[in-house]
Write a protein that binds this ligand. Structure first.
Ligand SMILES: [Zn+2]
Length: 422
């Protein structure tokens, strides 16, 4: 078979390879191949390994010399709030002074400020802002990401946000997996009518499913937001409608969100800084991915999730950016991975699995993406570093040299080819 693309001269190729969800100690079990090549045809990997790939070379084959750079699978960011309007740097001084997030929220700041801006924004404005973010994400090596609505909190704006995500698919190489998150907060106009908003959410989920605008439905289960009972009700309804549950769980107050994730068979339980100890073994027995978001802890000066306890007790862990305008306004996915190593005390190999194959599984895409394997989509990143450990050690910067999506190069010399910010 003749390849369209052959990447040669890879200093080291690293990839997870086990059947996901990859749990506990197995997360550190990855393949490392020195002096490697990858051969690609029609956007899929037809061979990889060490040795001479000349047998795949034809007159039309693009022969790409990686010049000793290291290769990993394209990163999969399993938790972002990609589409929103405005920014919240004015709250920064309050945050720095130590005003708790829930207090800023109750005073009409926080998410309510973004909701107001997003309701007012047109699709062109939302699309332009998201494209700029996607350019940054891909420059940090992210080739697929999950994106949540949840800055509309009314049917019209939630649908508008999800429509923007669908349109972005035709405009940008980064693949987006959409999540409906109308249950991100109770909007101001429903503060004295929670039941009314719950009914609206049920109606919205049906519309979203009927129009095929989302794969998942997510609920922010937290004190002052949605109660455990409301969360279970919404996620059970979501499953019945055909949306897969996800949950913002145990971020600030231990309400038992991780246990709810197991009960409703959620794809993921996210945050988990305040997880109840007794829920850890339940997570370990389930297929729920524990999605840890260290950028949020970093930015809010909060405690970090206890990744070691989760991994050591056999849970399948993922790491994600939680990119959003309030608690983690950064697309620097490599910083997130550096925090996972330094603050969550994850081993370098565990970080790789948590950034690729486990989030791909969580998004239902691990047959196609999340590792470098035969028949898999040719999504990979070349990092200009002597080894993977160095990528996690030399922090705060991007090590990306090149990114390939579906076998097509979309980043060169660390910059997005043809992007709006290049
Ligand atoms: Zn979030």
């Amino acid at each position: 078979m003749i390849a369209d693309l052959i990447v040669v001269g890879i200093g080291e190729l690293l990839t997870p390879y086990l059947q996901p969800p990859v749990k506990g100690a197995s997360m550190a079990d990855i393949v490392r191949i020195q002096k490697a090549f990858v051969a690609v045809k029609n956007g899929k990997i037809i061979d990889f390994g060490s040795g001479d790939p000349s047998r795949y070379r034809g007159p039309e084959t693009l022969w790409y010399d990686a010049q000793g750079k290291i290769m990993v699978p394209g990163f999969v960011d399993g938790h972002t709030h990609l589409v929103f309007a405005g920014s919240r740097e004015r709250e920064f001084s309050q945050k720095v002074a130590g005003v708790p997030y829930l207090e800023i929220l109750q005073s009409g700041g926080g998410i309510h400020a973004t909701v107001e801006a997003t309701r007012k924004a047109g699709k062109v404005e939302l699309t332009a802002a998201a494209l700029r973010s996607l350019d940054r994400f891909v420059e940090f090596g992210v080739t697929t990401l999950e994106a949540k609505s949840g800055y509309g909190l009314d049917i019209e704006t939630e649908v508008k946000t999800l429509e923007v995500m669908a349109e972005l698919q035709g405009l940008h190489p980064v693949e987006i997996v959409p999540t409906f998150m109308g249950a991100h907060a109770i909007p101001k106009e429903y503060h004295s009518d929670r039941g009314g908003y719950m009914a609206k959410l049920m109606e919205a989920m049906k519309i979203v499913k009927a129009r095929n605008l989302a794969v998942f439905a997510d609920v922010f289960c937290e004190e002052g937001v949605f109660t455990p009972e409301e969360t279970v009700g919404l996620l059970e309804a979501a499953r019945e409608i055909g949306l897969i549950p996800k949950i913002h769980a145990d971020e600030i107050v231990p309400l038992g969100g991780a246990g709810i994730a197991v009960t409703v068979e959620a794809a993921s339980a996210d945050h988990l800084m305040a997880i109840r100890k007794e829920d850890i073994p339940r997570l370990a027995e389930s297929s729920v991915i524990a999605n840890l978001l260290p950028g949020t802890s970093f930015f809010l000066n909060h405690a970090y999730a206890d990744a070691r306890a989760l991994i050591d007790q056999g849970v399948a862990v993922g790491v994600a950016s939680d990119y959003n305008p309030g608690s983690s306004p950064s697309e620097n996915f490599q910083l997130i991975l550096q925090l996972a190593a330094g603050k969550l005390r994850m081993k370098p190999e565990e970080v790789l699995t948590a950034a690729t194959l486990n989030p791909a599984f969580q998004l239902g895409l691990s047959e196609r993406i999340g590792s470098i394997g035969l028949g898999k989509q040719a999504d990979f990143v070349l990092l200009d570093a002597p080894n993977w450990e160095y990528v996690l050690y030399h922090y705060g910067v991007s090590h990306t040299d090149a990114v390939f999506k579906n076998g097509v190069q979309v980043v060169a010399n660390g910059h997005r080819i043809g992007g709006i910010s290049s």
